[in-house]
Design a protein around this ligand. Structure first.
Ligand code: SAM
Ligand code: DTB
Ligand code: SF4
Length: 325
């Protein structure tokens, strides 16, 4: 049984003296996961830019003047070749991202279903992040072999309208619900460094913690402040905030894969090591996230060697009490 957390309890965890917090998170991590085992996900932007939404952090929103070039949906062959590369590099999961507000029932969706089938047949877990989906669409993705659907809540319910005005928190929660009903695993997390308060960070973790079941995977992104977006001048997130956020996520979401997601390029190896110690057990590897750079693949492999990390195999479970992610 996973404990029901109150916001106050999560806030108390978040504000625990740092070394004590890391130590507690590490204990929880050991109990539910294999220390040092880290899932490698590869990320591919299959449709880039030109998005009608106004997410203040996002370089792909059409209304902001960023350097992102709009690119129509990629072809299945090209995506298949990228999946081969990702697999050869040790990835166990491939995540396909599209700059869409929502999925529409058209030829492009059929093409995405083909991509999912193709990648799944290679033995990789396939994840997609395509915006809002209906239960029907989620079922079609599931039938095509999709393993997980990523749909971030991004921040607290209270702060949501300060960041995005073209949809609301309930729209996000509805899609997560549709994904669950279709039997897919849920990947949902958010971003820190957007000017949110500690209460917003805690509120976001609270919302994730009360999802029943809890998400199998929770990405914690440090904002990548991109020129041309309303967030371009946000200061970089201190590594200590990232460690605190990851440790708190690990404690309130004990069985979940906590992903140290965007922002790694600005983190030292020592900083990332603390994140792994605090319970992070998943990363995006590959030179690019969706549109912004990520650490070089070779440097990540050096880090794995140095810290004694091992890539997690696809579809593997640690023990009977941990959910496969
Ligand atoms: N359009 C779909 C959606 O919004 O759900 C899928 C793609 S969207 C780019 C996926 C997630 O990337 C967002 O929910 C957000 O959490 C994250 N993201 C986007 N831009 C980011 C940035 N500049 N820094 C950190 N995370 C970012
Ligand atoms: C998530 O939480 N982070 C990833 C993935 N899910 C899709 C995306 C990060 C994007 C960072 C900005 C960019 O590269 O465009
Ligand atoms: Fe569009 Fe997703 Fe970017 Fe929002 S986060 S602007 S929905 S691509």
């Amino acid at each position: 049984m996973i404990k029901d957390w109150t916001k106050q309890e999560i806030l108390d965890v978040y504000n625990t003296p740092l070394l004590e917090l890391i130590s507690k998170a590490s204990e929880v991590h050991k109990k539910h996961h294999t220390i040092g085992e880290v899932q490698i996900s590869s990320l591919l932007s299959i449709k880039t830019g030109g998005c009608p939404e106004d997410c203040a952090y996002c370089p792909q929103a059409a209304r902001y003047n960023t350097e992102v070039k709009v690119h129509k949906l990629m072809g299945v062959e090209e995506v298949s070749a990228c999946a081969d590369n990702a697999k050869a590099g040790g990835a166990s999961r491939m995540c396909l991202g599209a700059a869409w507000r929502e999925v529409r029932d058209n030829k492009d969706f059929d093409k995405v279903l083909d991509m999912v089938k193709t990648i799944n047949s290679k033995g990789l877990e396939v994840c997609a992040t395509l915006g809002m989906v209906t239960e029907e669409q989620a079922k079609k993705l599931s039938q095509a072999g999709l393993y997980a659907y990523n749909h971030n809540i991004d921040t607290s319910e209270e702060n949501y309208n300060n960041i995005i005005s073209t949809r609301n928190y309930d729209d996000r929660l509805n899609t997560i619900n549709n994904v669950r009903k279709a039997g897919l695993t849920v990947c949902s997390g958010g971003i820190i460094g957007m000017g949110e308060s500690e209460h917003d960070r805690v509120g976001m973790l609270y919302t994730l913690s009360i999802l029943n079941p809890q998400p199998e995977s929770v990405p914690i992104n440090a904002l990548v402040a991109v020129e041309g977006t309303p967030m371009e001048d946000q200061p970089q997130v201190p590594i200590w905030d990232m460690v605190r956020m990851i440790a708190t996520a690990r404690i309130v979401l004990p069985k979940t894969a906590v992903r140290l997601s965007a922002g790694r390029l600005s983190m030292s190896m020592e900083g990332q090591a603390l994140c792994f110690l605090a319970g992070a057990n998943s990363i995006f590897a590959g030179d690019k996230l969706l549109t912004t750079p990520n650490p070089k693949y070779n440097e990540d492999m050096e880090m794995f060697k140095l810290l004694g990390l091992t890539p997690k195999k696809a579809f593997s479970e640690k023990s009977t009490d941990s959910i496969s992610v």
